[in-house]
Design a binder for this molecule. Structure first.
Ligand SMILES: [Zn+2]
Ligand SMILES: [Zn+2]
Ligand SMILES: [Zn+2]
Length: 97
């Protein structure tokens, strides 16, 4: 009398993002991209690192400083900086989480 255990992942092919446990209660450290200001460039949008509060420009921006922050620090999850947005991005899984 074996119980049938669920074996398949419930959300399709996408692996569950196990990086969300690195998300902290952070306060944004800035309202601008320091890297862009330093070299006089513009950005399209800003992202907020949810591990340390670092603010940097998104992948749509020419300099992609948020991605550079991830590559330097391994902080995996960034959020959109717009107030009220719940958009979050995992750099390791390369998808919304
Ligand atoms: Zn992830
Ligand atoms: Zn930038
Ligand atoms: Zn960070």
């Amino acid at each position: 009398m074996a119980l049938s255990a669920p074996t398949a992942a419930r959300n399709g092919d996408a692996p569950r993002c196990d990086h969300l446990d690195q998300v902290r209660q952070v306060r944004a450290q800035a309202t601008t991209c320091a890297g862009c200001l330093a070299c006089g460039d513009n950005w399209i949008a800003l992202r907020l690192c949810l591990s340390c509060g670092w603010v940097a420009c998104s992948d749509a921006s020419p300099n992609q400083h948020a991605k550079a922050h991830y590559q330097e620090t391994d902080h995996p999850i960034a959020a959109a900086c717009e107030p009220g947005s719940t958009w979050r991005w995992c750099y390791i899984h390369e998808r919304n989480v």
